[in-house]
Design a binder for this molecule. Structure first.
Ligand code: PRT
Ligand code: ZN
Length: 231
C-alpha cells in the first residue's frame, strides 16, 4: 500500500487530487478526512500541511508526496524528486519598494530582507557574495517594507499582482518552482512497483496533455503532417 501525502487545502490541493484522478486513482474525500483509501489502486492519501510533507516522507510516515519545489528545497530533507508535475508554477523572488533605485545584485548589500524562506535566501546571498540581513516572518511578507519591518522581501510570486498592490518590484529570482512528486529514498519492493506504475500513468497523462496542446495549436496545414507522424 503506497501512502501519498497531499496538501490538505490550499493552492496545490485541487490539482493534486485532479492529477491522481486522471491517473485513474479516485479519492473520495467528501468529508475532508485526514486519511482516505483509494478505490481502485493500492494507495491511501494523507491530507497534510504542505510544509510538513517533506518531513513525513523522509520519516516514512508517507512514502511519496506532492509539494512545491520551493518547499522541497527549503526543507532540505533526505528525499528525492521523482517527477515534476507542471502545475503550481511560481518563483521565489526578491522584491524591493518601487521607489528604490536598483541597478544590480550589489544593491542588496546592507538591506534587511523579510522572508519565510530563510534557507533558500541564505544560500542565494552566499552564492552571490552578498551581505544582507535576513528577517524571518511566517506570513504576509509583502507588507513588511510598507510597515517599516524590512527594506525588501523574498517571497513567492506568480502573477505579480500582490507585489504591484504593495508598491514593490521584483528584482531577482531566487528559484523557479512547480509542484513535484517527492519520494522516500528507501521504499520497499512492493511500494517501488506501485510507484513505478503511478509514474507510468503520470507520464501518460502528461503526454496526452502535450499531444492535445499541439493538436489545438497547430495551424491546419501542419495538422496533416503531425498526424502522419503518429503511430
Ligand atoms: O496550509 P498550508 O501550509 O498547507 O499552505 P500554504 O498557505 O503554506 O501554501 P499555499 O496553499 O498558499 O501554497 C502552496 C504552494 O503553491 C506553494 O508552496 C507554492 O509551491 C505554490 N504556489 C504557486 C504559490 C503561489 N503560486 C503563490 N502565488 N504559493 C503562494 N503564492 C502566494 C505568495 O506567497 C504571495 O502571497 O501568492 C501571493 C503572490 O501571488 P501573485 O499572483 O499576486 O503574484
Ligand atoms: Zn504551508
Amino acid at each position: 500500500m503506497l501512502k501519498i501525502a497531499i496538501q490538505k487545502s490550499g493552492r496545490l490541493y485541487d490539482q493534486s487530487v485532479q492529477l491522481l484522478k486522471e491517473c485513474g486513482i479516485e479519492l473520495n474525500n467528501g468529508n475532508r478526512q485526514l486519511k482516505v483509501q483509494a478505490f481502485n489502486f493500492p494507495a491511501e492519501a494523507y491530507f497534510l500541511r504542505d510544509d510538513d510533507i517533506p518531513q513525513y516522507v523522509c520519516d516514512g510516515v508517507a512514502d511519496i508526496g506532492i509539494v512545491g519545489e520551493n518547499v522541497f528545497f527549503e526543507k532540505n530533507k533526505d528525499i528525492q524528486i521523482v517527477r515534476k508535475l507542471g502545475f503550481g508554477r511560481c518563483r521565489l523572488s526578491i522584491a524591493v519598494p518601487k521607489s528604490l533605485k536598483y541597478s544590480g545584485l550589489k544593491d542588496l548589500n546592507g538591506l534587511k530582507i523579510a522572508t519565510s524562506y530563510t534557507v533558500l535566501l541564505k544560500k542565494f546571498l552566499e552564492k552571490n557574495n552578498l551581505k544582507a540581513e535576513i528577517h524571518e516572518i511566517s506570513g504576509s511578507v509583502e507588507i513588511a517594507p510598507g510597515i517599516g519591518l524590512a527594506d525588501a522581501i523574498c517571497d513567492l510570486v506568480s502573477s505579480g499582482s500582490t507585489l504591484f498592490t504593495n508598491n514593490l518590484k521584483e528584482v531577482e529570482v531566487v528559484l523557479n518552482s512547480e509542484a513535484a512528486l517527492v519520494a522516500n529514498k528507501n521504499l520497499d519492493e512492493e511500494n517501488t512497483k506501485i510507484l513505478d506504475n503511478l509514474l507510468l500513468r503520470i507520464d501518460a497523462v502528461k503526454a496526452a496533455k502535450n499531444y492535445k496542446y499541439i493538436m489545438m495549436n497547430a495551424p491546419d496545414h501542419q495538422l496533416k503532417n503531425i498526424c502522419a507522424l503518429l503511430p
